[in-house]
Design a protein around this ligand. Structure first.
Ligand code: DGL
Length: 275
């Protein structure tokens, strides 16, 4: 359904199960400094990665309902789990363009892989969906894709154990089956994993290129805005982001600064409703 012609001055809606999607907002703010963003983190119900597809879809639609009321001109699902499971439903429900992080990540992996052996790590729900595998093989079916869920990474990142010995051990355990397959590229298919880049790179070794889909997603958003005639020119600059969370704003601000790379000025608590 694409029935509404959005206003060029309208904000872009970005959402995630929690604070992780701020890694995507960070890339968006740097590539699209004229645009205004509205970010929703569903911290009351995070994690999504351990939940069933039906539940993830319902949550995603509830957030989409909030963004629709905010009259956004585009929606970006910054959460890999939502992008893996709910894109069809979101596109049916929303009258504006909807982008996820999987296709951009798949494109970046394809460009990086020299030996056509790609590893994908993500939440249990993302890996079970095989969404990255399908997206990569849609682009090139000769690429061998090997995936592995890394459920302990999300709590380790939220605990701030980015360089801890335990995190290194966990990474070694999770990555060993993928490294045994001689992957040359590894997609960090979860919003939290870019914060573990140093430890993952150390475990994977210099021969494995890590793919973080945030920058690639920002590029995809820019080209879609251009295509839709909705890219704000500098003369109409709005700039910046407003943040909303479904649970304690103080916790969102505390955790969020690690993902955003700078302090968050304000976060408003919202109540998400069924659609
Ligand atoms: N944002 C989620 C993702 O990228 C990770 C956290 C969660 O499980 O909700 O898949």
């Amino acid at each position: 359904m694409k029935t509404v012609r959005p206003e060029i001055d309208a904000p872009i809606g970005v959402f995630d199960s929690g604070v992780g999607g701020l890694t995507v907002i960070r890339s968006l703010l740097s590539l699209l400094p004229n645009e205004k963003f509205i970010y929703v983190g569903d911290t009351a119900r995070v994690p999504y990665g351990t939940k069933s597809p039906e539940t993830v879809r319902r949550y995603a639609l509830e957030i989409a309902g909030f963004l629709l009321k905010s009259q956004v001109k585009m929606v970006v699902a910054a959460c890999n789990t939502v992008s893996a499971l709910a894109m069809d439903k979101l596109r049916l429900f929303l009258p504006v363009s909807v982008l996820g992080v999987i296709e951009p990540g798949a494109r970046a992996a394809l460009a990086a892989s020299k030996h056509r052996r790609v590893g994908v790590i993500g939440t249990e729900a993302t890996v079970r969906s095989r969404a990255y595998q399908q997206a990569i093989n849609r682009l090139d079916d000769s690429i061998k894709v090997f995936s592995s869920p890394c459920p302990l990474f999300v709590p380790l990142v939220e605990e701030g154990w980015l360089g801890h010995a335990v995190t290194k051990q966990v990474a070694a355990q999770y990555l060993s089956p993928l490294l045994a397959k001689k992957i040359d590229t590894l997609v960090l298919g979860c919003t939290h994993y870019p914060l573990l880049k140093p430890v993952i790179q150390r475990v994977a070794g210099p021969g494995v290129e890590l793919i973080d889909s945030a920058d690639e997603t920002a590029k995809a958003v820019r080209s879609r805005l251009e295509q839709d005639g909705l890219l704000l020119p500098p003369s109409r600059k709005r700039g910046g982001a407003e943040f909303f969370s479904s649970d304690d704003p103080a916790k969102f601000m505390f955790l969020g600064q690690k993902f955003l790379g700078s302090a968050l000025r304000g976060v408003e608590r919202i109540q998400l409703e069924g659609v």
